[in-house]
Unconditional design. Structure first.
Length: 279
């Protein structure tokens, strides 16, 4: 890690920032975030961050291409555009930053980090729109996480791209899947990343799903905490890995969890599975 001054050292020890630094290192080691792949944004509670932010920090203002009214005056910890997850733990001041959304929702002000004229992830539109969509469904929501989970990407080449069928397949690969994401997974058509268009479509899916698959690219996950969002993706990725192993086996699938067993499982754990995805 580079030499840092006292005020930055204090801020870097804020639990949310420490947690993000460690988690991104784990995600890189898992092979999900090669090069500059992947991005995370974390809605910070004002009372947890304001005491550490100094008016002495230089500020830069960014005009947003879209208005985010539900996020006005909110602070977000965001990974930087073009930076590598593997480097975050070594150089957090260049690879992370905190932005504040303006009162009118038209601007983002960089209040810390993004050293060397860096800027937030190129997927910022998808993140901000998805935060708004999830907050409308869950006031405890805090995290949007995009990663290139290997087996989920592979699955989009070998499995029909149907939300019902992919959700059902994932549920049947691991017993706990229907408990962890009973609503299933949303799926977009292939789209160019980093655009407002994919942000709009992702946010639309986030109204119904906490996991949204970008075919041949990766997945967006959400949660109230970093651990929750990561655990959600991790569970779906494990199910996709099992599917890919089974898919490649000469015998194929010889037996599986039935729809009735999934219904019984959901009832036992008091969750409500998406009724459209069960026979």
């Amino acid at each position: 890690m580079k030499m840092i001054n006292k005020k930055d050292e204090i801020l870097l020890n804020v639990p949310e920032i420490q947690e993000l630094m460690k988690l991104t290192q784990d995600m890189w080691k898992m092979g999900w975030d090669e090069r500059n792949g992947g991005n995370i944004s974390y809605l910070l509670k004002e009372e947890n961050i304001i005491p550490y932010l100094s008016e002495a920090y230089p500020k830069r203002q960014m005009v947003l291409d879209f208005k985010v009214e539900l996020l006005k005056n909110q602070y977000l910890l965001v990974t930087a555009s073009g930076e590598y997850f593997r480097n975050i733990i070594m150089d957090p001041l260049a690879t992370l930053g905190i932005i504040r959304i303006s009162e009118d929702g038209n601007f983002a002000e960089i209040v810390w980090g993004f050293e060397g004229e860096g800027k937030p992830t190129s997927e910022l539109s998808s993140h901000l729109m998805s935060h708004e969509a999830r907050l409308a469904e869950d006031p405890e929501h805090r995290v949007i996480m995009h990663t290139h989970a290997t087996n989920l990407i592979a699955m989009t080449f070998t499995h029909v791209l149907s939300e019902k069928e992919m959700s059902s397949t994932l549920w049947k690969m691991c017993t706990e899947c229907i408990v962890v994401f009973p609503e299933g997974v949303g799926i977009l058509p292939w789209m160019i990343p980093g655009t407002d268009e994919i942000g709009i479509e992702t946010a639309s899916k986030m109204k119904d799903f906490r996991l949204v698959v970008w075919p041949h690219h990766g997945i967006f996950g959400s949660g109230a905490t970093l651990n929750e969002a990561f655990g959600l993706i991790e569970t779906a990725e494990k199910a996709a890995e099992i599917y890919m192993l089974v898919k490649s086996h000469p015998a194929g699938i010889m037996q599986e969890i039935t729809d009735q067993q999934l219904i019984d499982l959901a009832k036992a754990f008091n969750v409500k599975p998406n009724p459209l995805f069960l026979s």
